[in-house]
Design a protein around this ligand. Structure first.
Ligand code: EGU
Length: 456
């Protein structure tokens, strides 16, 4: 609600630092609320750039991200440019392919092109009148161009310059963890102008420590992402060794990528690092707030990095509504509400990394997902797979994490009773168990999960 008597003339200025995915989306959100938005970006304007380097090429857009796009009227456009993935396609070592649906019929995630999405967000009709691209860095000492803003929104990624200012302050918590794995992107070209594998799937080659996934692109290529420990990347030094490695772990992909392309592209770029960042609070006073990777970089093993960052924008927008754009109340409330959820998705992604690396081959992956889907089929209200809550709902991440902890106990209980020769317990047993557990509500701390070890 506009209190036109209090501030009738001047629009509040919001400086969004970072013109990446979250910065550009945030600009749309703030413009829609009637703020005077200025976007600062040190890289060249990607709307004119030919090659955009760094960061992964395609991303999995799911419910949370779509909801955020919907708030700024861009969901339909972006969805129409994405490729639906209704299921995973698990590739075994022998080349056998097995699909596992993501959800019920009609539930799917989308493969979207990062640079296309970024361009669309920067040219969205919501922000064309306020976009202020500049090659100067926003510096606290004002040594470059100076602007006065009522609010600074740091959306400048995992290595945020804005967050660096937070680090100098008392009582700011910060941790960052590099995982031992790196990733490398390779391309599967089309064959005779057509996709060379089934397009509407997220293709996965789970091989414990080594893992590859492939997402479809609109130009009928697939972008493969190979995940493996840096020391393994370094062991491979010649083209022949690359082929030998692929022959051993991903033989069915050699003809798809092509021997020559593989030998060449493997050495094109070094493997990229993955970092997980947690911090709190997300704000300073009533003037500065962090969102997206600047607040919480996550490892990519839940496909939620962009989705979580986009959901930050919705949450902030909802709190602005609730407190009439009063930044002195909105900023602390945003920290209070959002930190537990962003920390939870950072933990879940790290946990999935640890789990996949430890014992996820194709058989195990198929088995686990089928068990989850079957239990969900038996008790749709009680046992919801974690990835379903994360991917297809806006269940708060910290609640999804809590629920998953007791569901795991329920499953163990069920497995225990059934291996003792008992039948599947009737659902009220499960309900009782859940009730008891909720009564005790002594949640496992994250450090008790194996992901916790990575943090310490
Ligand atoms: C990793 C890198 C399959 C894009 C996690 C699933 C990912 C993506 C999974 C990347 C996996 C892993 C989920 C989605 C998605 C699965 C998910 C992972 C997209 C638990 C471009 N992950 N990713 N989980 O369920 O919830 O299919 O870089 F291999 S989408 Cl690691 Cl849903």
């Amino acid at each position: 609600m506009e209190e036109s008597t209090d501030r009738p003339t001047k629009k509040k200025v919001v400086a969004v630092v970072g013109g990446g995915l979250v910065g550009a989306l945030n600009a749309c959100f703030f413009a829609k609320r009637g703020f005077d938005v200025k976007v600062f970006e040190t890289r060249e304007d990607i709307r004119q750039a030919k090659i955009v380097k760094g960061r992964s090429i395609n991303l999995a857009l799911s419910h949370r991200g779509r909801q955020a796009l919907n708030h700024v009227g861009m969901e339909d456009k972006i969805v129409s440019q994405g490729i639906p993935m209704h299921a995973r396609m698990i590739h075994s070592l022998s080349g056998k392919q097995s699909p596992i649906p993501y959800g019920k019929k009609g539930q799917y995630i989308l493969s979207v092109d990062r640079s296309n999405l970024n361009k669309e967000l920067l040219t969205g009709k919501n922000i064309n009148r306020i976009l202020h691209f500049t090659a100067t860095v926003l510096r606290s000492d004002g040594s470059e161009e100076q602007i006065k803003a009522d609010l600074i929104v740091g959306c400048d990624g995992a290595f945020s310059a804005i967050r660096k200012q937070f680090l100098r302050r008392s009582r700011f918590n910060y941790s960052q963890t590099y995982i031992p794995h790196g990733y490398m992107e390779l391309t599967i070209p089309p064959i005779n102008g057509e996709f060379s594998m089934k397009p509407n799937y997220l293709h996965i080659w789970p091989r414990n420590t080594f893992m590859m996934i492939a997402l479809p692109n609109t130009d009928k290529t697939f972008t493969c992402t190979l995940f493996m420990p840096f020391d393994e990347f370094e062991k491979i030094t010649t083209g022949d060794e690359v082929i030998e490695f692929f022959q051993k772990y991903f033989p069915d992909t050699i003809p798809l990528i092509g021997v020559d392309a593989l030998k060449r592209d493997y050495f094109h770029l070094p493997a990229q690092a993955m970092v997980s960042v947690k911090c709190s609070p997300y704000h300073i006073g009533d003037t500065c707030v962090l969102m997206g990777d600047a607040a919480h970089a996550v490892v990519p093993f839940y496909g939620q990095g962009m989705n979580a960052g986009f959901e930050d924008c919705i949450v902030f927008d909802e709190i602005l509504d609730q407190f009439n754009d009063d930044f002195s109340v909105v900023l602390p409330e945003y920290t209070r509400v959002r930190v537990p959820d962003d920390h939870a998705i950072a933990d879940l992604a790290m946990y999935n990394y640890v789990e996949m690396r430890a014992h996820v081959n194709s058989k195990w992956f198929l088995f686990r997902k089928h068990v989850d889907n079957f239990l969900h089929f038996l008790m749709p209200k009680t046992l919801v797979p974690l990835y379903t809550m994360v991917t297809f709902t806006r269940t708060r991440y910290h609640q999804a994490l809590e629920r998953w902890k007791w569901q795991d106990k329920v499953r163990n209980f069920w497995q225990m009773t059934s291996t003792r020769g008992g039948k599947t317990p009737p659902e009220h047993h499960i309900q009782l168990y859940k009730h008891d557990w909720l009564q005790n509500n002594r949640a496992l701390s994250v450090s008790e999960l194996s992901a916790g070890r990575i943090w310490n």
